[in-house]
Design a protein around this ligand. Structure first.
Ligand code: FES
Length: 118
């Protein structure tokens, strides 16, 4: 279980190539970290709410990621999906001296999540 007060260190930002995502596993939870070409870093849960696709392997662009399985899009800043009511959890990211840190309070906080089954 992740401590709600813990700052989680993921290591150097250089692990995440510009314009791509990488998956980090924190206490069994998969977090997808993305690094945009304009310098922003985003973190969302790595599991697509549609059918569990690995979002870290999706194509990133214009502040969104496209799920590699069926193409649903998610806004990396808000977590909102293009196929409402789908959304993914988002996490606050701090870049400190080139190191990625995630706020453990976001990991402990339940956020709305919708599953669309078809
Ligand atoms: S699993 Fe992501 S769009 Fe279907």
């Amino acid at each position: 279980m992740i401590s709600p007060t813990k700052i989680i260190h993921l290591g150097s930002i250089d692990q995440v190539p510009v314009g791509q995502g990488r998956c980090f596993i924190i206490d069994g939870e998969e977090i997808a970290v993305f690094r945009s070409r304009d310098g922003h870093v985003f973190a969302v849960e790595n599991r697509c709410p549609h059918r569990g696709g690995p979002l870290a392997e999706g194509v990133m662009g214009d502040g969104k990621v496209v799920c590699p399985l069926h193409g649903h899009k998610f806004d990396l800043a808000t977590g909102q999906g293009g196929e409402k009511p789908e959304c993914v959890r988002i996490f606050s990211v701090i870049i400190d001296n080139g190191e990625i840190k995630i706020d453990g309070r976001d990991l402990a906080k339940p956020q709305p999540r919708s599953m669309v089954r078809s």
